[in-house]
Design a binder for this molecule. Structure first.
Ligand SMILES: Nc1ncnc2c1ncn2[C@@H]1O[C@H](COP(=O)(O)OP(=O)(O)O)[C@@H](O)[C@H]1O
Ligand SMILES: [Mg+2]
Length: 221
């Protein structure tokens, strides 16, 4: 079953001579419960494509359907609800809130949404990501790998339909990058979590169920 379907997606940034076709007619289906890696040179449109799946950006043309929801039909407020309920984001630069503890950071999106955390699921996730000893620490007290594990826990806690990761190991040394990635893959397998990850690292891409290659706003293979 496909959790994401994309039809003829187009996006141009800028106008006239400065126009850049970031997405030039993308057709793509993402299978539920699978790990899909997106690779391609810098500027090939990977982040733009991921942002479209997460309802963070709006295409000029084409259609994105995530978990049965057609994003082009949604107003900004509805998109915000969609993002909160259906999407987990993991970025290269963690995006943790420095004045909140690890535990507060993980629960922050749920509390924003007025949802009560499932405490047994919380326990499972922090155990899986080796965070149980760090719950009262602040982000700056953790290593980069530790901070990214917090960001992953925060993304997983709402059981999103789709987890979107944009070069999540890009700011980590290779050892902690491998560690974080192994844990991310374990979480995905444990919860049959759909993951779409942009990466420059071909070794990482080889761990994926499927590799999608982008070039100049198009998909090859
Ligand atoms: N907000 C924006 N404004 C102008 N140009 C943009 C914007 N976002 C992306 N682009 C351009 O679109 C192209 C694709 O960008 P991006 O999706 O970030 O590629 P990638 O993630 O593969 O490096 C690039 O040429 C980039 O400069
Ligand atoms: Mg990018």
């Amino acid at each position: 079953m496909d959790i994401v379907t994309i039809h003829n997606l187009k996006k141009t940034f800028g106008k006239g001579e400065n126009a850049v076709k970031a997405l030039d007619g993308i057709d793509l289906a993402i299978e539920k419960g699978k790990f899909t890696a997106i690779i391609g040179a810098s500027g090939s449109g990977k982040t733009t494509l991921l942002n479209m799946m997460g309802g963070l950006d709006v295409p000029d043309e084409g259609e994105v359907i995530v978990d049965g929801i057609k994003l082009s039909g949604l107003k900004e407020k509805e998109l915000a609800v969609f993002r909160r309920g259906k999407v987990g984001f993991v970025y290269q630069s963690f995006h943790l809130i420095s004045t909140l503890t690890v535990k507060e950071n993980i629960l922050f999106p749920l509390s924003l949404a007025g949802m009560t955390p499932d405490s047994s699921f919380f326990e499972e996730i922090i155990h899986l990501l080796h965070l149980e000893q760090r719950l009262n620490a602040y982000p700056h007290e953790l290593s980069g790998g530790g901070q990214q594990r917090v960001a992953i826990a925060r993304a997983l806690i709402s059981k999103p339909s789709i987890l979107l990761a944009d070069e999540p190991t890009g700011n980590l040394d290779s050892k902690s990058g491998q560690n974080v990635l192994g844990l991310l893959k374990l979480s995905v397998e444990t919860y049959h979590q759909t993951l779409v990850m942009i990466t420059h690292n071909l070794e990482i891409a080889q761990m994926a169920d499927r590799v999608v290659r982008m070039e100049d706003g198009r998909i090859f293979g």
